[in-house]
Design a protein around this ligand. Structure first.
Ligand code: ADP
Length: 252
């Protein structure tokens, strides 16, 4: 894969690059990517999020970014969130953010590559919200962006399925280190007694993760307050800190 890596066309300043992957859509990959960016930013780092989920871009919405991206002769300029997180996403290229992306595979892969080669990033950490699954766009992102590692996001039900295995295998075949697992929607906190209610049973996580050779870096509850801040575009206001351990792994 090394030979396919695309060079930057523009002057960018990028420290380390981490991909956030999932076996399928809807498990909270984008939410984890955004929250991880917020956590790293709070630690004082310069952070960027490259929304590689070209068909289902949800990063700008979580940060309340609605303007279109601007370009200069020197390259594309990322949007900047209220706390200074740099963001590039297909939604910033569309005239209306509800427009569907009606491009075919090769074009989509090309856009993801351009977000790497043509955007003037200035970051210590660049997080890539990878396309879900192990399809051609995911493969092309793996091939065109040199990742320092990937973090896997799953739901408890998904953790025991074959799609996790496939995603782990894809990272291995691309020689990208798998840093570990974030299990999302693991439990619900009882609002009255603070008890953790494990909807899908407890204790299977460690075992299933170990079977895939993954460290469990974090377990996150289903949290209506989190869903609300994401919907409102105010993820930077959310005070939950479930991903501190993940941030520590990336920065050590
Ligand atoms: P993916 O990127 O894997 O497709 P998203 O991050 O877009 O998934 O999450 C899907 C939806 O579920 C979003 O509306 C998101 O706000 C919500 N969501 C994800 N994780 C949680 C959680 N732990 N608690 C509450 N809502 C969540």
């Amino acid at each position: 894969p090394q030979s396919l890596l695309k060079q930057h066309h523009v002057k960018a300043n990028i420290g380390k690059v981490f991909g956030i992957v999932s076996g399928k859509g809807g498990v909270g990959k984008s939410m984890v990517t955004s929250q991880l960016a917020v956590t790293l930013r709070r630690m004082g780092y310069k952070v960027g999020v490259l929304d590689g989920d070209i068909m289902g871009p949800s990063i700008p919405k979580a940060f309340g970014i609605h303007e279109q991206a601007s370009g200069t002769e020197d390259g594309m300029i990322p949007a900047v969130s209220s706390t200074g997180i740099q963001v590039m996403s297909t939604n910033l290229l569309l005239e209306h953010e509800t427009d569907p992306v009606i491009w075919r595979g090769p074009v989509i892969s090309g856009v993801a590559q351009q977000f790497w080669t043509d955007v003037i990033w200035d970051v210590d950490y660049l997080l890539i919200d990878m396309p879900p699954g192990t399809g051609d766009v995911t493969l092309s992102v793996f091939q065109s962006i040199p990742l320092n590692g990937v973090v896997m996001v799953t739901s408890p039900q998904e953790l025991v399925s074959m799609v996790v295995e496939k995603t782990v295998n894809m990272a291995n075949m691309m020689h990208v280190p798998m840093l570990g697992l974030v299990e999302n929607m693991s439990y619900v906190l009882c609002p009255d007694c603070d008890k953790k209610i494990y909807l899908f049973g407890q204790g299977k996580t460690q075992e299933a993760a170990a079977r895939h050779g993954l460290d469990v870096l974090a377990q996150m509850p289903i949290d209506p307050a989190l869903a609300a801040v994401v919907d409102a575009g105010r993820i930077e206001d959310f005070q939950g800190n479930w991903l501190e351990n993940v941030a520590k792994q990336l920065t050590k």
